[in-house]
Write a protein that binds this ligand. Sequence first.
Ligand code: C2E
Ligand code: CA
Ligand code: CA
Length: 403
Amino acid sequence: MISTAIIAEDSKSLQDLLLHHLEALGVREILCCDNGEDALLAIKGNPSHWECVITDLHMPVMDGLELLEALGNDNYRGGVIIASSLEDRVVQMAVDIALSHKVHLVGSLAKPIDAIELTRLLQKSREIKGFVPLEVKYLKQRELLDSISNNRILPYYQPKVDNRNGQLIGMEVLCRLDCPEEHQVISPDRFIPVAEKFNLIDLLTRQLLEQSLKDYKRLCQSLGCEPKLAFNISPLQLHNPKFPTAMGDICDRAGIDRGKVIFEVTERQIMSERKQLITLDRLRIHGFGLSLDDFGTGFTNIRQLREFPFTEVKVDRCLIKNISKDRVSQVILRALSSIAQEFNMALVAEGIEELSDYQYIAENFHLIAQGFLISRPKSIDEIIRWHHAWLKTHPIEATEESD
Ligand code: C2E
Ligand code: CA
Ligand code: CA
């Protein structure tokens, strides 16, 4: 659960009720304000301290939508919940503000307040990355260097499928380390920050790319199709002007068309430096696809999408989880879907875990789906087996056909 929250609500009885709920849920520090301006002042004093703001819509001095906008202008990084039943028109307005002012609108909470829904929204607010306190056992620099020099980098593949017909469109290549001393392969949260810190990230990307391109022909033969492969890169790597050429050379040596390779860049770190933008452009010029990753957790203003050369946008799982019931996420996905169409970008919904969410998305959107419901990331052999099984019997297509 989150540990700090601000309530902006002019009705004393509703303030008390929210306070009571938050205390019962274990939120340790709660500040109550009678209007948006007081809440804004408190946040300005210590923005990174407050994980979530719950605001009424109608308040004196500064109302909820104004507060939402002001928080966006101040680059507030926590979640915002509107405690009010919203008509569709207001949801649309709130989402427009959230998308154009880069603020994390988590959802709306109808009155009377439902404790279960409040818990869900607070949880969603917590999942906005960066606020999740991580207790991670990082690899030491030496251990990482050993793994890289001993070729222990393993590509794990997670499928991306067309949500209307189940066809395999591409795969995200996620990095794992094989470590003989540990039971399981090591996940990237334990070593990517280390690679970034000690300047090993380019080496790591290069090995991962080489490794999976080496497997690519066998993969295509076994799958009977030529999926695009998507690799994650850190925004740091965009500072290196040689990066596009280095990646291009690896593809050429492997005899793989660059159009089959996509680089995913997370939007969590704002890419503002000219040098980074130039590298993005050059990756496109070199023929690679470019994907804006984790949309919804970071601060890319929706209009900025126009200025970047992305060919794809990936909606983060915090917006996808529970979308079948969450009106705010539904409106955000709709807005993104039309922007993606307008800019001719592919749209990916990632982190799909629930069949109800998959079905809601399939009924309302045509996009590329990725998530544990379809398949977890797997080694090359496992993914080939998964694809055989998927072609024969995947229940999702059966559900769609029975509609
Ligand atoms: P990401 O790029 O957002 O990748 C998606 C992550 O979400 C993966 O975690 C994947 O296993 C997980 N995921 C996929 N579907 C679901 C789902 O339905 N539910 C849930 N709960 N999770 C799902 P993974 O493999 O642990 O990777 C974590 C992050 O590490 C990646 O997040 C990416 O930012 C980073 N990463 C992975 N490989 C590389 C790499 O080669 N280079 C760099 N720079 N970063 C990498
Ligand atoms: Ca990614
Ligand atoms: Ca992602």
